[in-house]
Design a protein. Structure first.
Lengths: 201, 201
DNA sequence: GTCTATATTTGGATAGAC
DNA sequence: GTCTATCCAAATATAGAC
């Protein structure tokens, strides 16, 4: 006779070990770069042989994919957690600042999310999904500012992403480009915002 | 008794082979990605064993460095070859278009020049020098438009580089972002150009 | 669930014959 | 200047004992 248990201790243990491996992987890539993720090194960090990791992840790419996925979820969470603002343009300023902080805070995570630099790695549709949601959500937020054209949307993304790219590739950890965000945001809305939907100041 | 010759046939042959190796390296990375440059593969493409390549380049990084250097020289040449324009702002538009075309034309070259993606590779000061020259030259061109602040300069670079980055990472070979260049350039000058130095239209 | 052992591949680089 | 012969190191992954 089998009894139904309310907890699966084995599954809990398994999940905890997976988590531990992912944490170690983040530590490793932050210390030595994305490309330095190697099963041996990773195993050493969690006190295992490389081979044992295959119990938890079917391949190295599966580890990258899990990291990609949780980063994307985290970013989406950061953005959707922002408090509502009375002025939608002020909201966009806040969003871009939040996005840039997120990118600068962890350059390796940025590289994993936004630069396709690991040979052979492509995120799975499931882990990529939050990125699409974020993009959609951004489009809506910009629409609330009265900006609807696809070109204008692309321009906003390019502006914001451009700052992050410059910052991380030229002065990781600094703020030389990031601090231009508010100014460029103003410039953007001065140019793109239809006169009718602007507030009087 | 030794005679002074006007040509060094051996040196010419050597230089030609080096050139041939570099050409093959470009072909290889364009076909299989920057990270796929391996001495064995490269050797195969020029009809040599990998070991023989060491006669021409002391290491794999030396090959990357040579490629980096010649790309930088080429970019500088593209920009400095631009015809002078009566309107300096028109000149900047032309420069950014030329820059973007250069970046989009060859995404792998772009990656080598502007994204530090090869583990362990850092360009030598000699091959990096043209990049500094170009930056200095760009600063001067922007100054001719009446724009002198360091912040404004950084903003220009971020704007242009942002377009290139978006284009190459999201739609290599396309023009979805690149075609925004003129519009963003206008937006930039509307915002940053001091009123006194603007032309009447 | 972790281990030992091992297969397999790949890649950078050197020594020395020709 | 190109080759053969090697070396060495690193890395992914599988099989099977415990």
């Amino acid at each position: 006779m089998s009894v139904t248990l309310t907890r699966d201790r084995r599954a809990e243990r398994y999940a905890a070990t997976r988590r531990e491996i992912l944490d170690a992987a983040w530590e490793l890539v932050r210390a030595e770069g994305l490309a330095a993720l190697a099963m041996r090194n990773l195993g050493a960090r969690v006190g295992m042989r490389a081979q044992s990791l295959y119990v938890y992840f079917p391949s190295k790419y599966a580890i990258y994919d899990a990291m990609f996925g949780e980063s994307n979820v985290e970013l989406l969470r950061h953005i959707t957690a922002l408090p509502p603002t009375a002025d939608p343009v002020e909201g966009m300023r806040l969003r871009s600042k939040t996005f840039l902080d997120f990118c600068v805070e962890d350059p390796v995570r940025y590289q994993l999310l936004f630069q396709r630099t690991i040979p052979g790695f492509e995120p799975s549709p499931e882990t990529y999904e939050p990125a699409l949601r974020l993009l959609e959500e951004s489009r809506a937020a910009l629409r609330a500012c009265g900006i609807t054209s696809a070109r204008a949307f692309d321009a906003w993304i390019a502006l914001t992403a451009g700052l992050a790219a410059q910052q991380n590739s030229n002065e990781p950890g600094g703020d030389r480009w990031v601090r231009l965000a508010a100014e460029l945001s103003d410039m953007y809305f001065e140019h793109y915002r239809p006169a009718t939907s602007r507030r009087e100041t």
